[in-house]
Design a protein around this ligand. Structure first.
Ligand SMILES: [Zn+2]
Length: 149
């Protein structure tokens, strides 16, 4: 199976419809489609997928990290560096969960992976991100705790 680059998938010719898609379509694919097909392993798989994407996109510093997250419309990040091994990222307007009703479970695994992948580039260390807050558990933002090792 051929592997495609970001350049290849970014070449879009849609003169009438343009580059944007309704967020509802994204969420149908992401929250309904992928979870149904992947089942219980969807969290881990989406996290790994996000991490690969974050690594491919890359960020040199925290300014670039925030820029990329906003540019891709994953959300509006607010970064807090706790100490040399811990970073906290609040994500407002999260692509996957912003506006979601309370369900009692969190599922922004791909976003968590994207954040970890990008932060590995920033800190030149391995990063493990864990989601700690979400609209779906009663907050009005998403939050991720990142351990650098
Ligand atoms: Zn979220």
């Amino acid at each position: 199976m051929k592997e495609y680059s970001i350049e290849e998938v970014s070449h879009i010719v849609r003169p009438k419809l343009g580059e944007d898609i309704p967020l509802t379509l994204y969420r149908i694919l992401r929250v309904i489609g992928m979870r149904n097909i992947l089942g219980e392993t969807s969290g881990a798989t989406l996290y790994m997928m996000g991490k690969q994407v974050g690594t491919m996109i890359g960020a040199k510093d925290l300014g670039e990290f925030e820029e990329k997250i906003k540019e891709l419309k994953v959300g509006i990040p607010e970064v807090q560096v706790i100490d040399e091994d811990h970073v906290l990222v609040k994500l407002y307007e999260c692509i996957t969960c912003a506006g979601f009703v309370y369900t009692g479970e969190m599922f922004c695994d791909m976003e968590s992976g994207i954040i970890a992948g990008l932060l590995e580039g920033v800190f030149k260390k391995k990063a493990k991100s864990t989601q700690t807050k979400s609209w779906s558990v009663g907050y009005n933002y998403c939050e991720f705790e990142i351990i650098l090792y």
